[in-house]
Design a protein around this ligand. Structure first.
Ligand code: ATP
Ligand code: MG
Length: 152
C-alpha cells in the first residue's frame, strides 16, 4: 500500500509535541516530489522519532528543529536539523555504535541505542544515514532510502 509521506510526517510531528521541550517546534517541509510512496511506515516512523527526539534532547528550549523530505524517482531523502550542542569531532566516528554517547552529553539522559537502531533500520531498508555537525552550533542528519519507481 502506498503511504502519503507528507501526512505521515505531520502525524509523527503531532505525536512528538508531548516529548519536545518548551518553546521548541518542529518545522516540516516536503521539498519536492510525489507524496505517495511505497515504504515500510513502521520503520520510517522509528527512524524519524529517534532523530527528532535526539534533535530536541540535544537542543535548548526554544530552539527550532527542521524536518524535510524530498522524493526523487527512486529515493526518499529525509533531513533532521537542529540548533543544538553538536557532536565533538573526536566522537563522530563512533556515533552509530550501540551504547555509545558523546562526551558532551553526560548531563543528558540516554542509553546510546537510538542511533544504533536508526542505522539498523536504514540498513534493512537498503539506505544510508549520514550527518554533519558543528560543536555548540547544530547537527543535520540525512537519511536516504531507496524506493520502487512509481510505475513498478
Ligand atoms: P537513547 O538510546 O535514549 O536514544 P542517546 O540519545 O544517548 O540515548 P543515540 O540516540 O544513539 O543515544 O545517540 C548517540 C549519541 O549521539 C548521543 O548520546 C549524543 O552524544 C549523540 N547525538 C545524537 N544525536 C545528536 C544530536 N542531534 N545532537 C548532538 N548529539 C547527538
Ligand atoms: Mg537518542
Amino acid at each position: 500500500h502506498p503511504l502519503d509521506i507528507v501526512a505521515f510526517c505531520e502525524e509523527v510531528i503531532d505525536d512528538m509535541q508531548v516529548v519536545i521541550k518548551p518553546g521548541q517546534h518542529v518545522v516540516y517541509r516536503h521539498l519536492s516530489g510525489r507524496s505517495a510512496i511505497v515504504i515500510d511506515g513502521q520503520m520510517v516512523k522509528n527512524i524519524l522519532i529517534n532523530l527528532l527526539v535526539n534533535a530536541s534532547k540535544y537542543s535548548a528550549e526554544g530552539k527550532e528543529i527542521e524536518l524535510t523530505t524530498t522524493v526523487q524517482d527512486d529515493q526518499l531523502l529525509i533531513t533532521v536539523k537542529d540548533e543544538g550542542i553538536g557532536i565533538p569531532d573526536a566522537d563522530k566516528d563512533k556515533l552509530f555504535i550501540n551504547f555509545f554517547r558523546a562526551r558532551n552529553v553526560i548531563h543528558v539522559q540516554g542509553t546510546g541505542l537510538g542511533l544504533y537502531i536508526v542505522k539498523r533500520y536504514v540498513d534493512l531498508l537498503g539506505g544510508t544515514v549520514t550527518f554533519t555537525s558543528q560543536l555548540d552550533s547544530g547537527t543535520i542528519f540525512t537519511v536516504q532510502l531507496p524506493l520502487p519507481l512509481p510505475s513498478e
